[in-house]
Unconditional design. Structure first.
Length: 390
């Protein structure tokens, strides 16, 4: 099923892509196995930083979707949009077979939603947009491969973030709501009662922001924006959410205003923040990166990527060797090398810019990259595998 959405909405999507959750990525690293052999390519190209190859096509072209690593090692892909219409379809990628298979339909079409993994292996699908802003949720059960209705959020929201806290609760922040309003509110999902309760509001309304779990259990919120076009206000400021006090507080500013950027926690606890853009959107996309140090609670410039990137939220993946793959927002991927603090390109092209694509760390150490749209807002069904040896 598809539901038409307004063309102007496509430009504003920001996804907490996969919401595999970067926290799950941290926990999965210990379980990783060796990657598959890339020796066929090694004699022909330089694969020092890894290699990107096509791994076939999804059943449906989609962008602003989610891609969540399941406990089985398969990846659940839900919703998104294509051709100006939100999607209700879902599919599963099997890394053993390297194939996509249909897993039915959600109860309604959704894009700009979040998908968060439960400890029991189920997945919470929350909010999104399909012509209306949604407060509804549903739960995917990988045992039955079916979706069931979940409890409603307190607020209709799309393009929000969802973060798994150390206490097991899910924190949902900001986004866009009814009447194209920008949300300052936040709420908590209790996995025991499977209900939502309001928590304190952020210091300002935000969408196109990031929310990253720190090692101490707090959540770092960076950048984003409120309002549109001539009235848009993009933030350089950041705030912290304390799950004990359930309050947010401002902590300072990044070196630049940023929205539609990405953030990922490194092994040393620092947060790598990459790309994004200013008021000019694609014409103002950044190469720049910076690091947040939770010990000093300060930001510092961390050099430049090789390619400007924006609309790549959720496509930065912490690899088992401690480096970071930055897969979205451009037609090629690159690696942030934590030892040197330098960025290096990965061999292989994805053809066109991958805006609002998804990236998922597989249990074998490879990374699945799916969908996204190009400069003409044409969604893709293509998928790629990032492969390397460590």
């Amino acid at each position: 099923m598809t539901i038409n959405i307004f063309p102007f909405f496509i430009l504003s999507f920001i996804i907490s892509c996969a919401q595999i959750s970067r926290e799950r990525t941290q926990n999965n690293l210990a379980d990783l196995k060796e990657t598959s052999d890339t020796s066929d390519h090694a004699t022909a190209v330089d694969t020092t930083n890894g290699l990107i190859n096509s791994t076939g096509k999804m059943l449906t072209a989609r962008a602003a979707h989610t891609a969540t690593l399941l406990k089985s090692g398969k990846v659940l892909i839900t919703g998104g949009f294509a051709g100006g219409a939100s999607l209700s379809s879902a599919e599963i990628y099997d890394p053993a077979l390297k194939t996509f298979a249909s897993v039915g339909q959600m109860s309604m079409a959704r894009s700009g939603h979040t998908a968060t993994l439960f400890p029991n292996g189920q997945v919470l699908i929350a909010g999104g947009y399909n012509g209306s802003y949604l407060s509804s949720t549903e739960i995917f059960d990988p045992e039955t491969e079916m979706f069931s209705t979940g409890s409603k959020m307190n607020t209709e929201r799309s393009e929000h973030t969802a973060t798994v806290l150390n206490n097991g609760m899910f924190l949902l922040t900001g986004g866009v709501g009814v009447g194209w309003t920008f949300l300052q509110s936040a709420e908590l999902y209790d996995i025991q009662t499977k209900t939502f309760t309001p928590t304190a509001s952020m210091t300002t309304a935000r969408e196109s922001h990031t929310a990253t779990l720190l090692k101490n259990g707090n959540v770092l919120i960076t950048g984003g924006h409120k309002d549109r076009r001539d009235n848009i206000k993009i933030y350089s400021n950041a705030e912290l959410y304390d799950p004990v006090s359930e309050k947010f507080k401002l902590i300072g500013n990044m070196s630049l205003i940023r929205h539609k950027h990405d953030a990922i926690r490194l092994d040393d606890g620092k947060i790598l923040i990459t790309g994004g853009s200013d008021e000019r959107d694609s014409r103002g996309a950044y190469k720049s990166a910076e690091l947040y140090d939770p010990v000093s609670s300060s930001f510092k410039v961390a050099g430049n990527m090789n390619i400007p990137r924006y609309k790549h939220n959720g496509t930065s993946i912490l690899l088992p060797n401690g480096n970071v793959l930055i897969a979205g927002g451009a037609n090629g991927a690159e690696i942030y090398k934590t030892a040197s603090g330098k960025f290096a390109m990965v061999y292989g092209s994805m053809g066109t810019k991958r805006l609002f694509s998804c990236a998922s760390l597989l249990k074998n150490g490879q990374v699945l990259i799916t969908g996204g749209y190009n400069e003409n807002q044409e969604a893709s069904e293509n998928a790629w595998i990032y492969n390397y040896k460590w």
